[in-house]
Design a binder for this molecule. Structure first.
Ligand code: C6P
Length: 414
């Protein structure tokens, strides 16, 4: 059989899969089908190699030593920061703060910008589809300050009610915090519009990009958002490293988050002068290897190109949606018009935990539960869902196996 050559805009998925050694693994004797990419993504060989190279040839502490290795480590780490700045289209490299992940990034903003700007009687606006990481830090801040959370509702399909959002904003709104892509529904929110509406009232916007950056190009200047956060491990990088982007003027104007080494210019027992951005927010020895590995992961996706990645994932989502909709008793949760590669569903008469367990025996890895979105589950009227989440290395054949395994689940339980 002659194979049809790929066009320039098509992702060569076969070759992409070769890049990920773990995808050759078996799970319970069956080929691993990894559909839990919203929880974390697998790592390509280039990222693994970069970590080994770092620890083999460059390992030292950064910004401290004058010796060769310290210079190498500092260069590698700062190069990764430049890569992250390019990735998000930040205006300046100093607007990239390395953190442990999205959760830490949001806590950082709540505890710095939030503490300065949110007072008694003020309001923080979030949405009903937020991950706990974009709820609890704001709730803690509101409790501390005597402020209150306002929640943007959504339609039954899982689209934000932009009319209600607009109506919620008022004189007391101090910040809006919203997810770019919902981890439990797949909804892609209209961030540009959300920012425009908030900025018209002088309100800054934080965007949780945890579920966006592996799937779509992000341009923080075009979005004009004030803060943007993501986790390295969700974009094929290591765990324990992530990025907070913040507009320099906003970050400059608020005090640091944590105190310690590297975030200072000078210390005496009487007084400490803080370092400049981004170091002011990076107390202590950072996750240097993680940063360097994240740089390699970003270069990997950039080389594949988001036009190709996006087209492939849209095809998979459409294919998967058709396949799952054909299963009797299965209901998709999250059917908004603009949707990323998340197939969240409930199967009549079967607990999601049982779905996940049976699928696991077939080699298929999905996530079941509330996906750290308990308020969203309450809105949907379900305690939990099953969720298959797609990434660039998944294939239509894997979706066929998922659909076949779900049909088996139905046979066992119904
Ligand atoms: N969602 C999921 O299975 P951390 O844990 O800090 O890397 O990311 C937190 C986070 C924040 N926002 C969104 C939209 C997310 O999806 C996540 C992580 C994973 O859906 C693990 S709970």
């Amino acid at each position: 059989m002659t194979s049809i050559p790929l066009t320039r805009t098509e992702l060569d998925v076969r070759s992409v899969r070769e890049d990920f050694p773990i995808l050759r693994a078996l799970a319970h004797g069956k080929p691993l089908i990894y559909l839990d990419n919203a929880a974390t993504t697998q790592k390509p060989q280039v990222v693994l190699d970069r970590l080994v190279r770092y620890y083999t040839h460059e390992n030292a502490n950064v910004h401290r030593g004058v010796h060769l290795l310290s210079e190498r480590a500092t260069d590698a780490y700062e190069e990764a920061r430049k890569t992250a700045a390019r990735f998000l289209h930040a205006a300046e490299t100093q607007e990239i703060i390395f953190v442990r992940g999205t959760t830490e990034a949001i806590n950082l903003v709540a505890q710095t910008y939030g503490r300065v700007h949110v007072g008694a009687g003020d309001e923080v606006v979030i949405t009903v589809m937020e991950h706990h990481s974009n709820i609890v830090p704001w709730q803690m801040l509101c409790d501390e300050r005597g402020a209150r959370l306002r929640i943007v509702p959504m339609t039954d399909e899982g689209a934000l009610r932009i009319d209600s959002y607009e109506a919620l904003l008022g004189d007391r709104t101090r910040i809006v915090a919203v997810t770019h892509v919902s981890n439990a529904l797949g909804t892609v929110n209209p961030i540009r519009r959300i920012v425009e509406i908030a900025h018209a009232r002088g309100i800054p916007v934080l965007v949780d990009g945890a579920q966006a950056v592996a799937h779509t190009a992000v341009d923080v200047q075009a979005l004009d958002c004030d803060f943007y956060t993501f986790s390295g491990h969700k974009v094929f990088g290591p765990t324990g490293i992530g990025v907070l982007y913040g507009k320099a003027a906003l970050l400059d104007a608020v005090p640091p988050y944590q105190g310690g080494g590297d975030m200072i210019r000078s210390v005496s027992f009487e007084r400490t002068l803080y370092n400049v951005l981004p170091y002011k927010f990076e107390a202590g020895t950072p996750n240097i290897a993680g940063g360097v590995g994240l740089g390699a992961a970003i270069e990997y996706v950039e080389a594949l190109g988001f036009d190709r990645i996006g087209a492939h994932e849209r095809d998979l989502l459409a294919y998967g949606t058709r396949a799952l909709e054909g299963i009797p008793g299965l209901r998709l949760t999250g059917t908004a018009g603009d949707k990323g590669g998340i197939l969240s569903f409930v199967l009549d008469g079967v607990h999601p935990h049982d779905v996940g367990t049976i699928l696991d025996r077939e080699g298929v890895a999905i996530r079941t539960g509330h996906h750290c979105c308990q308020p969203l589950m309450a809105r949907l009227g379900v305690p939990a869902t099953s969720r298959a989440s797609l990434a660039l290395y998944n294939t239509r054949a894997e979706i066929d196996v998922l659909a076949g395994a779900l049909a088996k689940v139905r046979e066992v339980f119904v």
